[in-house]
Design a protein around this ligand. Structure first.
Ligand SMILES: O=P(O)(O)OC[C@H]1O[C@@H](O)[C@H](O)[C@@H](O)[C@@H]1O
Length: 226
């Protein structure tokens, strides 16, 4: 029997399972500038919007600007804008449906490990009818610190009862790859929003793919090498 290189796949969600990061950038841009009277460019927003929504708000306006309640309200407000704009475009990245089905057949444990709140995970998994593929869902609501802190990935590995070394993280963002590296996990990068050159400082990357039809992915499901 061939041994598979990884026992678990930990999927980042936004930008990795669905190609929606432009919609997050625009929703943040609207909240930060129109509702909160900031003056941030789309480029600044794109570079700084990683992690939990409360962390993003603190990064732009400082730790003391909002109470937890205000931050939670702004977070929901931002996700409602995002969901309304993105809904008619919502679909899995090419080839992911077949990849999930094959991984499930091979008994690979799978989790969604995201900085998004549960409200957005539900929006994605229920509209796309893919909840049954996942053995664990770890959201912003489940961790103290989000990416690049390793907590999201370590909690996911723990929930699946798989050692970090046996987990492969699938990510699209540099801060997510950094979180995987901090968790002692290998990472496969999906180049939806960030180019290969933006990841040069990381040592845990096993490959770059544009989508899930890339033949490189076969070896993860067949056990031929790592
Ligand atoms: O960890 P993931 O799945 O890439 O999600 C990240 C995004 O999740 C969104 O909900 C946040 O508002 C974004 O700011 C963040 O970049």
């Amino acid at each position: 029997m061939t041994t598979l290189p990884y026992q678990a796949f930990l999927f980042d969600m936004n930008g990795t399972m669905i190609d929606d990061m432009d919609y997050h950038t625009k929703a943040w841009h609207q909240i930060l500038n129109n509702d909160l009277q900031g003056s941030f460019s789309l480029e600044e927003v794109k570079a700084q919007m990683y992690g939990k929504n409360s962390e993003v708000l603190a990064r732009f306006f400082g730790e003391d600007r909002f109470t937890q309640e205000e931050a939670d309200q702004l977070s929901i407000q931002k996700e409602k804008i995002y969901q309304k704009e993105y809904l008619s475009h919502l679909k899995l990245i090419n080839g992911l449906d077949a990849f999930l089905a094959k991984a499930k057949e091979q008994n690979i444990q799978m989790a969604i490990a995201t900085a998004a709140i549960t409200f957005n995970i539900d929006f994605v998994v229920d509209n796309l009818n893919i909840r049954h593929y996942f053995n664990a869902l770890v959201s912003a609501d489940d961790v103290d610190k989000s990416k690049p802190h390793p907590e999201t990935f370590l909690k996911s590995a723990e929930a699946l009862a798989v050692a970090p070394k046996k987990c492969l993280v699938l990510e699209d963002a540099p801060k997510g790859v950094e979180a995987a590296q901090n968790a002692g996990m290998d990472c496969l990068v999906i180049t939806t929003m960030h180019g290969k050159e933006e990841f040069s400082q990381y040592t845990n990357i096993i490959g770059f793919v544009a989508d899930y039809t890339d033949p490189q992915l076969e070896r993860l499901l067949t056990g031929e090498g790592k």
